[in-house]
Design a protein around this ligand. Structure first.
Ligand code: PHE
Length: 349
């Protein structure tokens, strides 16, 4: 009887040693110590044994039961630790990895897209890009740019003044002066930025965006202006485009011109079906910007920095970013740019 008890203990030991999981240990506990297992049955039957065997068998069986019990506890404990290790290893999260990329929501606003397109064209032509202050002095915004004292744009009804001397710039042109004060010629620069005027209707908002252009060197002519703006017009509106210059007036350019690009929607003002083109209103041309040769009076203002009007000359231009975007994409109402209606914005991927 005690032989059988020892055999059971060895069996249980061997089985526990190869058990691979704490679940298997619990199965062994049932097999060796459960209600229907051999060893506990033996113990229950000890009372029926002859008196001289009772105590030997009883104590051997009890000892074996306790030994198996504690052996199983110990193996279960060991296995639980390595199972936890394995789980921690498998479920490990590396918090230093970059997060999943955000789903692609949103896009650049059409004004930003258009600004960047314009910048790319001029960077490709060798221009630099700079920005300037939106809060300007009357001196940079008007005086240095050759506006006479009576110029209508100076009126309080047209311009946002902060004081008699300080205003919200009405155009990006003051950066012509600041740029020439900062570095001597040559200068090839564009200046994107916000500008402000006291205007509000279908085609005017109190704040809008311009890109200024300035090229000053020793041998710049109106032909350079035309060639530069033709390259620009073709890059933005298509390689078939032509441009034309119409005489105009700006205080800081002489001569001054307004620049039109040939309509990209029709030929000579007439669309395919023979009807009058709605985009150029039948004229065949779209006005895109103002420009001209830098007025010698403007150069004289910065002559001390190498801009002697007898030695250097240049051209300047200024365009509205909204206007370019409206023409290019057929946007009918300027205010759509600022309503932030997703149905409008998402059309421009
Ligand atoms: N500053 C002018 C405007 O806002 C545009 C312009 C810039 C014209 C440079 C000529 C030269 O209307």
């Amino acid at each position: 009887m005690t032989d059988r008890i020892e055999q059971l203990e060895r069996e249980a030991q061997a089985a526990a040693a190869v058990a691979a999981s704490s679940a298997e240990i619990e199965e062994l506990r049932v097999r060796y110590l459960g209600r229907k297992a051999e060893l506990p049955n033996l113990l229950r039957e000890v009372a029926q044994l002859p008196a001289d065997q009772r105590s030997a068998v009883g104590s051997a069986a009890n000892r074996a039961r306790r030994a198996i019990d504690s052996l199983l506890d110990q193996r279960a404990g060991e296995l639980a630790v390595s199972e936890l290790d394995a789980r921690l290893q498998a479920e490990r999260v590396d918090v230093t990895l970059p997060g999943d990329p955000l789903p692609a929501i949103g896009r650049l606003h059409l004004i930003t897209q258009t600004r960047r397109e314009i910048e790319d064209v001029f960077i490709g032509l060798g221009f630099n890009v700079a920005e300037g202050p939106e809060i300007e002095t009357v001196s940079y915004n008007f005086d240095a740019l050759n506006h006479d004292a009576q110029h209508p744009a100076r009126a309080w009804s047209d311009t946002f003044y902060i004081s008699d001397e300080v205003l919200l710039r009405t155009h990006t042109s003051p950066m012509q002066i600041r740029a020439m004060e900062l570095s001597p010629p040559p200068v090839y620069l564009i200046v994107p930025g916000r500008v402000y005027r006291r205007d509000s209707d279908l085609t005017h908002t109190p704040q809008f965006h311009q890109v200024e252009g300035l090229a000053v060197d020793e041998d710049i002519t109106l032909a350079d202006l035309k060639g530069t703006l033709l390259a620009f017009a073709r890059a933005i509106f298509g390689p078939e485009r032509e441009i034309r210059l119409r005489p105009h007036f700006f205080p800081f350019t002489e001569p001054s011109v307004e620049v039109d690009v040939s309509c990209f929607n029709c030929s000579g003002g007439v669309v395919a079906g023979g009807e009058r083109c709605g985009i150029c209103k039948g004229t065949g041309w779209l006005e895109i910007l103002g420009s001209g040769m830098v007025d010698p009076n403007v150069l004289a203002y910065v002559a001390g920095n190498g801009y002697d009007p007898e030695r250097v000359q240049g051209f300047a231009f200024g365009m509205g970013i909204e206007r370019i975007a409206m023409l290019k994409h057929g946007v009918s109402d300027l205010r759509l740019f600022y309503d932030n209606d997703i149905r409008f914005l998402e059309q421009f991927a």
